[in-house]
Ligand binder design. Structure first.
Ligand SMILES: [Zn+2]
Length: 89
């Protein structure tokens, strides 16, 4: 895809939320049933990490890729609460 095609696709391609583990942006892919890792790209300034081509073997993401966005601190804290409660079972 050219830069222009990527810009036009901003509202038609999916945005996938995930987290940064210090090195990689990671998210769980519901099609591949595993975590995918991408380079962070533009980090720090915003939660958006930009457009990426899919790392999937076979999924709808193969056509056009997706956009990556980090979870907010508020979302991470909420998930931490849920995870902590599951780990304490
Ligand atoms: Zn995948």
């Amino acid at each position: 895809m050219t830069e222009e095609e990527i810009k036009k696709s901003r509202y038609s391609l999916p945005t996938i939320k995930g987290f940064v583990d210090g090195i990689h942006f990671r998210f769980y892919c519901s099609f591949c049933k595993k975590f995918h890792a991408h380079g962070q790209g533009r980090s720090g300034a915003t939660l958006w990490h930009g457009h990426r081509l899919s790392h999937c073997d076979d999924s709808p993401y193969k056509k056009g890729g997706y956009y990556l966005k980090e979870y907010t601190q508020k979302e991470l804290k909420l998930m931490k609460r849920w995870i902590d409660s599951m780990l304490n079972k």
